[in-house]
Design a protein around this ligand. Sequence first.
Ligand code: ZN
Length: 163
Amino acid sequence: MKNFIISTSITVFETPNELSDKDQHLVESAKQACERAYAPYSGFNVGAAVRLSNGEIIQGNNQENAAYPSGLCAERVALFYANSKFPDVAVEAIAVIASNENGVLKDPVAPCGACRQVMLETELRMKQAFYTLLIGASEIHRIENTKDLLPLTFTGEGVRKKK
Ligand SMILES: [Zn+2]
């Protein structure tokens, strides 16, 4: 029998001022997107902002629907839009923030499993890892790549038929 441990390194920032100017801008962009979320059912607004290697910033927010499963998370709205508009441009970073009726959540919010899977495939597709900034009112967490958020990843290897 073997045993192994998977660890994740998280850099914690106590204020946005500790971030680079580019990352502060990305955080601000995620906040703006959060304010425009369509979340009438949960009251849980999420905003995401993706910075691409060409400097473009793409915003996304959660889009809910009366038929609940038809809605989509902020991270995937942003990444799918980025990938649709700039299919060959790598992602440099994504910032995520959430708020409810009490304002921005105190603790940083983490992407759901489905979003992590899409983040991972974006990295694999572009052959470039990107970092994630999880924004809370109390602190900001930086995770260097999606494999740290989604260990034991499903990469799709073996899925395609051989030609
Ligand atoms: Zn999600």
